[in-house]
Design a protein around this ligand. Structure first.
Ligand code: NDP
Length: 481
């Protein structure tokens, strides 16, 4: 066989010319028998798939996770968190939220922080953000909230009043809005920020005992945020700043690392907590629920093909493994449906068969069959259950079952209305940090709020009065200046 590389069509057959279309004469017309031309144009027409409606701008990298604390087995029987020193492959995708593809990855916005562990018991996805809380706590509000972040339906431009109108009518968002307008709202690339699982999950140990937990990834690179000058220049000068920073650091072998911690609440602590532990607009105070080290995550490989591995990555918080379950967190429960539904829409029913999405650590088996892009390995002799020919076993425990008591009887409940205590605690954290942290929040937030309507401004300031009168005053001063 010749060593020469032959340029072929998709069927493997050789192509005569990839530069000039075949024509009937020197002057044309173009012949439809130039099948390579037809195939090339038709494929190009299909190069794009629908972008994610949120988190469209993102970067990814592969690496590994190593458990460093053997004590975690007290809480969960998940092998990824019980087998000491074992390397589990991970894939991480960082993103912004509101922008469409092509938008800068360095604007003021929360950052998505989605981690997939390819464990020996199936893929585990922790699909969080770089902020410990979220704007809303009920998935029913998500489409409305995102509409306020996306371009206006008539002008197709951002509408600051829509944002502030919604936020001022949704006081549970105050906490996250403070964090968004603090300096952590503009992290320096993706390597210098923490990640949080955002939701409350449950851990179940070998004996079947259940606790509730929160995930925290702390950056080993140290927190670093854009300076005011960088905020003004970088998004315009280099819209892919964060993507470049991550990619080049990995190529230089400066592998970014994060330590994974959990916070734990027993069922007893859940019952006695002074706030709703399933409300994702609340943090669990560190003083009462200390961070417990779990292990370390290192990113050491860039994707080989951005589109295949990052654009087509489909995360979902529904991807859990034995020893881990969900919680009553209403945002989490809504996301269990919405995330995989997004991928079915964008990529197709078989998105889980793609290399970045399929389990790497264990086989996958069920009778879901056929559909676009089915791979041979998913064709079985038998395609129904029960059957007497090819028997498979089922897991004995259902770790996703929630503990149900009378507090959780069906109904349309709103969660607690303590909107102000934790945002007030956040202001104290900033003041204690010193430097310009507090003043930066005041000016970042006031300069955005002043673009809103008088009604939204007044409604928002009335809430801030209840958080901290001095803060409300400080914001008002800049708005009226
Ligand atoms: P602590 O006083 O024990 O700790 C405050 C935490 O705030 C730090 O551990 C750090 O979390 C985070 N933090 C520190 N500086 C900044 C900053 N400049 N911008 C944003 N976050 C910062 O806090 P509590 O647990 O008692 O909570 C007090 C307030 O701190 C909360 O209301 C919340 O707003 C904020 N916070 C709390 C977190 C939690 O999970 N308990 C996490 C992050 C913020 P980290 O090391 O995770 O970055």
């Amino acid at each position: 066989m010749s060593d020469k590389k032959i340029f072929t069509n998709n069927n493997g057959g050789p192509v005569v010319d990839d530069d000039n279309s075949k024509t009937a004469s020197k002057q044309g017309p173009t012949l439809i028998e130039d099948y390579h031309l037809i195939e090339k144009l038709a494929h190009f027409d299909r190069e794009r798939i629908p972008e994610r409606v949120v988190h469209a701008v993102g970067s990814g990298a592969f690496g590994y996770f190593v458990l460093t604390n053997p004590e975690i087995k007290k809480y969960t029987r998940a092998k990824v968190f019980t087998e000491l020193n074992k390397k589990t492959e991970v894939f991480v995708r960082f993103s912004t939220v509101a922008g469409s593809k092509g938008a800068s990855d360095e604007v003021r916005d929360p950052r998505g922080f989605a981690v997939r562990f390819y464990t020996s018991e199936g893929n585990l996805d922790i699909v969080g953000n770089n902020t410990p809380v979220f704007f809303i706590r009920d998935a029913k509000k998500f489409p409305d909230f995102i509409h306020t972040q996306k371009p206006d339906p008539i002008t197709n431009r951002n509408n600051p009043d829509a944002q502030w109108d919604f936020w001022s009518l949704t006081p549970e968002s105050i906490h996250q809005v403070f964090i968004l307008f603090s300096n952590r709202g503009t992290p320096y690339g993706f390597r210098h920020m923490n990640g949080y699982g955002t939701h409350t999950f449950s851990f179940i140990n070998e004996k079947g005992d259940k606790v509730f937990i929160k995930y925290h990834f702390k950056t080993a690179q140290g927190i670093k945020n854009l300076t005011k000058e960088e905020q003004a220049i970088i998004p315009g000068k280099n819209p892919c700043f964060a993507a470049q920073d991550l990619y080049e650091a990995i190529e230089r072998k400066e592998f970014p690392k994060w330590k994974l911690y959990i916070q734990v609440m027993t069922l007893e602590q859940v019952k006695n907590a002074s706030f709703d532990p399933f409300d994702d607009t609340k943090v669990w105070p560190h003083g009462d629920y200390p961070l417990i080290e779990v292990g370390e995550m290192v990113l050491d490989r860039n994707p080989r093909n951005y589109f295949a591995e990052v654009e087509q990555a489909g995360f979902t918080p529904a991807n859990i493994v034995p020893g881990i379950g969900f919680s009553y967190d209403k945002m989490l429960l809504g996301r269990l449906f919405a995330y995989s539904d997004t991928q079915r829409y964008r990529i197709g029913a078989n998105y889980m068969q793609l290399s970045v999405n399929k389990p790497h650590g264990c086989p996958m088996f069920n009778y879901m069959a056929d559909g676009h892009m089915t791979e041979n390995e998913h064709i079985h002799k038998i395609n129904y259950q029960p059957n007497s020919i090819d028997a498979y076993e089922f897991m004995k425990h259902d770790d996703t079952t929630l503990v149900v008591d009378e507090k959780f009887a069906p109904g349309y409940y709103s969660q607690d209305d303590d909107y102000y205590k934790q945002p007030a605690a956040f202001l104290e954290v900033l003041k204690k940090q010193g430097g310009t942290e507090y003043d930066d929040l005041v000016s970042n937030l006031a300069n955005s709020l002043k673009l809103a309507s008088k009604t939204s401004i007044e409604r928002m300031l009335a809430h801030y009065e209840k958080v901290n009168a001095q803060f409300a005053e400080d914001v008002k001063k800049i708005i009226n200046a």
